[in-house]
Design a protein around this ligand. Structure first.
Ligand code: FAD
Length: 476
């Protein structure tokens, strides 16, 4: 058929998966086009996810640090928070990054077509052009003809069906807009996104309740790590309702009235809030792109199944990022993006990683990777665990972080490290060493005999390995 634009490689979606795939494809010589509905590249992560949340979490972390300094003889006046300026600061951080991406796309001659893309057939995508802010369709249409395609259309927040439309009810995108700081806020969902936003809003003065269907907050890491976080955050939450569901929300003039059911439900009929954050999970966008017209299989939840080369069932169409499955994390999307682009360019490449790390950028941070003790127990795998308490770390004591710990998990037979968890400031920055150790097949000796700088929080990884080394008598 006739096309307005022709290319070797079409990338649908300009998030961390999409722009990484496009840049790699262009670097490998493919004429590449990105179709993205919004005016900036960066997707959820840069615009309304990882980056703005961390810009706000940094500010709140400094606020909390200064509060602790009173014990060290340094005190400050109560903070004056100008929410408008804070929002502007966050937007400046995002703007620097999205501006940088636009420059990188230009430098590689990657064309960006602004609009909502829908497949017409296995080689054509229709684009309904959107206006400057990317929200509204202008009525104009374009058709892109491609030889190969990478679908990177991401995911969206799940909205519970019984929750009404109201400006006081937001998802993570709305919460990051930081329109106002409520007196009393309900966070639905005790996962990482909900807890990070709870951290921000509580530091700004909101009183917070969390409701979670599971039997604990922050599913993923071992409970010993979560316990450290829980102890330090006991003051942050007014009520944590576990094994509990939100069953009804009524938006009235005097507030949002919420009914709960379950073990943690309060005695009151309903509870009044000034803001509700829906953070009960994210759903893939697989059903919104006309995938069937291209013959691409989408499962009932909206995920697109792929093989280790990131190919869908249609060999010249790949898919990457949140739209292909859990964990929905930017670093996973970027890694998959590189694989897809390399395979498309004729290279031998595969998604073949042992582990994908997870981090809650809360206070304190909780980072984990690979096997947890829980998982090893469930699978009946024999492991050795070495835990270095930060109470024995000079730097942690000096930094007021002696509550943290570093834990390494080793296979009991090979003594190779297969997992790890770190809780404390900068845990997310440090977990990368454990990822590398796992990918390299390191054992306790490899890590323990590596000289780590002293005094640092990072040397706790070496210390944990030394503990394991001491207990592994058959290791030379
Ligand atoms: P997305 O980032 O979702 O990008 C998809 C893009 O495709 C979007 O820009 C969308 O507009 C576009 N698109 C979709 N359909 C169409 C269409 N039909 N036509 C045109 N364009 C289309 N991950 C981390 O690793 N670390 C974190 O700290 C972190 N924090 C987060 C905090 C929050 C509040 C949220 C919500 C998420 C966070 N994530 C974090 C997750 C991370 O944002 C995602 O895993 C990541 O953005 C996925 O990248 P992606 O490229 O697959 O999709």
């Amino acid at each position: 058929g006739s096309a307005d634009i022709e290319c070797d490689m079409l990338v649908l979606g300009g998030g961390p998966g999409g722009y990484s795939a496009a840049f790699r494809a262009a670097d490998l010589g493919l004429k590449t086009v990105i179709v993205e509905r919004y005016s900036t590249l960066g997707g959820v992560c840069l615009n309304v996810g990882c980056i703005p949340s961390k810009a706000l979490l940094h500010v709140t972390a400094v606020l909390e640090e200064t509060a602790h300094l009173a014990d060290a003889g340094v005190s400050f006046a109560a903070p004056q928070i100008d929410v408008d300026k804070l929002r502007a600061h966050k937007e400046k951080v995002v703007g620097k990054l999205t501006g940088g991406l636009a420059g990188m796309a230009k430098g590689r001659k990657v064309d960006i077509v602004r609009g909502v893309g829908t497949f017409l057939d296995p080689y054509h995508l229709a684009v309904e052009v959107t206006d400057g802010n990317g929200q509204d369709k202008t009525g104009a249409k374009k058709v892109v003809k491609f030889k190969q395609c990478i679908i990177a259309a991401g995911s969206a927040a799940v909205h519970l069906p019984f929750i009404p439309q109201d400006p006081r009810i937001v998802d993570s995108t709305g919460a990051l807009e930081l329109r106002f700081v409520p007196k009393k806020m309900l966070v639905i969902g005790g996962g990482i996104i909900g807890l990070e936003m709870a951290t921000v809003y509580s530091a700004l003065g909101a009183r917070i309740d969390v409701v979670e269907m599971a039997d604990g907050l922050m599913q993923g890491p071992d409970r010993d790590a979560v316990k450290v976080w829980e102890k330090l955050n006991a003051q942050r939450f007014e009520r944590v309702m576990l094994k509990t569901k939100t069953v009804a929300v009524e938006a009235k003039e005097d507030g949002l009235w919420v009914k709960f059911e379950g073990e943690g439900a309060p005695n009151a009929d309903d509870v009044r809030y000034d803001m509700i954050l829906q953070a009960a999970g994210r759903a893939p966008n697989g059903k919104k792109i006309g995938a069937d017209q291209a013959g691409v299989i989408v499962d009932e939840r909206g995920f697109i199944p792929v093989d280790a080369q990131m190919r869908t069932n249609v060999p010249h169409i790949f898919a990457i990022g949140d739209i292909v499955g859990q964990p929905m994390l930017a670093h996973k999307a970027v890694h998959e993006a590189h694989v897809a682009a390399e395979v498309a360019a004729g290279q031998k490449s595969a998604f073949d990683v042992q582990v994908i790390p997870g981090v809650a950028y809360t206070h304190p941070e909780v980072a984990w990777v690979g096997y947890t003790e829980d998982q090893a127990k469930k699978e009946g795998r024999k492991v050795e665990t070495a835990k270095f308490p930060w109470a024995a770390s000079g730097r942690a004591i000096a930094n007021g972080a002696d509550y943290g710990f570093t834990k390494l998990i080793f296979d009991a037979e090979s003594h190779r490290v297969i997992g790890g968890a770190i809780v404390g400031p900068s845990a997310g920055d440090m977990i990368g060493e454990v990822c590398l150790a796992i990918e390299m097949g390191c054992d306790a000796v490899d890590i323990g005999k590596t000289i780590h700088p002293h005094p640092t929080l990072g040397e706790s990884i070496g210390m944990a390995a030394e503990i394991a080394h001491g207990s592994c008598t058959d290791v030379p």
